[in-house]
Design a protein around this ligand. Structure first.
Ligand SMILES: [Zn+2]
Length: 245
């Protein structure tokens, strides 16, 4: 039975090339990987499936088997990107699972070491990346869907770049948050995460949801669909069709 504690950074970095390791750990820290399902294989190994945001707007999909081989643990990670095998997307997914996996008692020190090693593997940081909330109407009812988008402010004009979708699962970890998650975002995320952890879209419902929605608007980083030029405001000038109008 393979346990999360067995998957050290040293092991993972040996299972891929150095470029995939560097960029994959960076992708993990950016919250690009979204864990879909975790299954136990009959031989005690693990099957992880999910998606990871690459350079395209739509994410790549991964199917990763981690099994006990004769010479040690083996990573067999397939990906829909052009590299296709044990690529940076696979690395980001394994790190995300490792971060979310429950740890056994007394394992905090090991986890600290692991995080330190990971930080050392990282090269640069984009600290102008910012979390945006993209709102859309839910087709079925009068509820609101929220997508988390990581974008940068445009340099030449007002507004934001198209950015990329951020996964809810990578932001749900209690001990690690990407840099773009600010103090106010923690509060919003804790109000809305709940059962949406494995989905890329958050559904706003109930009193907590509506409080979260107000806080998103107050942050000045809530937008209607992909209209990034104008943030939603409490006395709203929102577009027709937006429930805040
Ligand atoms: Zn890939």
């Amino acid at each position: 039975m393979i346990r999360p504690q067995q998957l050290s950074t040293a092991w993972l970095s040996r299972e891929c090339d150095s470029g995939a390791w560097k960029r994959g750990s960076r992708y993990f820290r950016d919250g690009r990987a979204s864990l879909g399902a975790v299954e136990r294989l009959p031989d005690g190994g693990l099957l992880l499936t999910g998606s990871c945001q690459g350079s395209a707007f739509e994410p790549y999909r991964q199917r990763i088997e981690i099994t006990q081989g004769q010479g040690g643990i083996v990573l067999d990670g397939e990906c829909s990107c052009s590299v296709g095998f044990n690529c940076k997307h696979v690395i980001a997914m394994v790190l995300t699972w490792r971060a979310l996996a429950p740890d056994e008692a007394g394992d905090a020190a090991e986890l600290d070491t692991w995080l330190t090693q990971l930080t050392a593997a990282e090269t640069t940081s984009d600290n102008d990346e910012t979390l945006l909330y993209s709102l859309a109407a839910d087709g079925r009812e009068s509820e609101v869907d929220v997508s988390l988008i990581v974008a940068r402010p445009k340099t030449t004009e007002a507004g934001w770049t198209q950015g990329r979708k951020a996964s809810v699962s990578s932001l749900a970890s209690n001990w690690y948050r990407p840099e773009y998650v600010r103090h106010g975002d923690n509060e919003i995320l804790s109000l809305i995460r709940g059962e949406s952890q494995f989905s890329n879209q958050l559904q706003i419902a109930g009193a907590a949801g509506h409080l979260a929605l107000m806080k998103m608007v107050e942050s000045g980083r809530a937008f209607w669909r992909d209209e990034r030029e104008r943030a939603l405001a409490t006395t709203s000038s929102a577009a027709p069709g937006c429930p805040l109008a």
